[in-house]
Design a binder for this molecule. Structure first.
Ligand code: AVJ
Length: 328
């Protein structure tokens, strides 16, 4: 698929295989600790399963962040002010985005997403809810600097990155992303970003290993997707979902653990795993007030304000893109 600007988003070979997906899977399965990047969870089935996860009793982040967005309207209006172009990294949630937009009276809304289908659906939905608000969707990979539509060029910007999606990235990648966001939005821009908080290990593990087994399905769907799309024969029933707390990096890790010795092929390559060996499929980093501020600062963003939900499970931070010369 090629965008009007000529940026290739999903590249497929002659047989229709997503070549980036295949490369990530083949490279990841060749590592000593097998790993597949979490971004590949989100095919249609995976996206639906994630929606189901957000409704689970154990999965608190969505409810906690929504509570903050509901309660913070007055303060958002004061600290952010009207007239900004809101640039959302990801196509937006039907609940969270309207809460922000109704609080601050923005001048435009620019959702960025690599998936054109989601993006157009979300943009149309939003435009219907806010008649009169210009909506300029951009199909782009926001891990790099994005060229914003000319229509919002002169406007002050507010970046919006809810959900603690930044937590999926290791520190180096998260820093790269924050720096790209700064380049996309410019000096003087604000960023409103969600970051999940460190809490009791049992609560964290339960949020990623729910009683109904929905997160297990979400994790295992990755193997089904590999089998469907990459001519693979992974014995999915031989794998078990596991959520682990990694205390060194303050993150929940999701793994798919082989319950017996297995061998399988993916796109013509053979792989073997012994019983107990795992494929690492996701990191979800958790933060404190200080570690979130340090991460923001490393990416060129000065912390300005911070909100948490009533149970202090989740944080929403407002930061400002500093001038490169402002630091001593
Ligand atoms: C969408 C990345 C915020 O890490 O909590 C939920 C994804 N994975 N349950 C998270 C996820 C398992 C989620 N994020």
């Amino acid at each position: 698929m090629t965008t009007p600007k000529g940026l290739k988003l999903v590249e497929r070979d002659a047989t229709g295989v997503d070549t980036a997906f295949r490369a990530d899977v083949l490279d990841g399965l060749a590592e000593a600790q097998k790993a597949v990047p979490a971004r590949w969870f989100y095919d249609d089935a995976g996206s639906q399963l994630f929606e189901d996860i957000t409704q689970l009793p154990e999965y608190y982040p969505t409810r906690a962040e929504t509570e903050i967005l509901r309660g913070g309207a007055k303060e958002f209006a004061e600290l952010i002010g009207p007239g900004r172009a809101v640039v959302e990294f990801g196509s937006g949630s039907s609940v969270k985005t309207p809460l922000l937009l109704s609080a601050i009276a923005p001048s435009a809304y620019v959702p960025l997403d690599i998936s054109g289908d989601f993006l157009r659906a979300a943009a149309a939905d939003l435009a219907a809810k806010f008649p009169g608000l210009p909506v300029w969707p951009v199909e782009a990979d926001f891990m790099r600097r994005v060229e914003l539509p000319g229509e919002v060029e002169g406007l002050p910007k507010l970046g919006f990155f809810p959900g603690s999606t930044i937590g999926n990235m290791v520190a180096r990648t998260a820093t790269d992303l924050l720096r790209s966001m700064r380049e996309t939005l410019g000096v003087g821009a604000l960023l409103l970003i969600g970051m999940d908080l460190i809490k009791d290990e049992e609560l964290l593990v339960a949020a990623y290993d729910d009683a109904a087994g929905t997160t297990a399905k979400f994790n295992l769907n990755l193997l089904h997707r590999i089998n469907r799309e990459l001519q693979a024969d992974i014995p999915v029933a031989a794998f078990k979902h596991e959520a682990r707390w990694n205390d060194t990096y303050a993150r929940i890790e999701m793994h798919l653990v082989a319950q017996e010795d297995v061998s399988f092929s993916v796109s013509g390559q053979r792989f073997g795993m012994t019983a107990g060996e795992s494929i690492h499929t996701e990191n979800s980093h958790k933060f404190t007030r200080r570690t979130s501020n340090t991460l923001l600062a490393a990416g060129g963003w000065e912390p300005r304000a911070r909100w948490t939900d009533s149970e202090e499970r989740f944080s929403l931070l407002l930061a400002e893109a500093r001038s490169p010369r402002s630091a001593p």
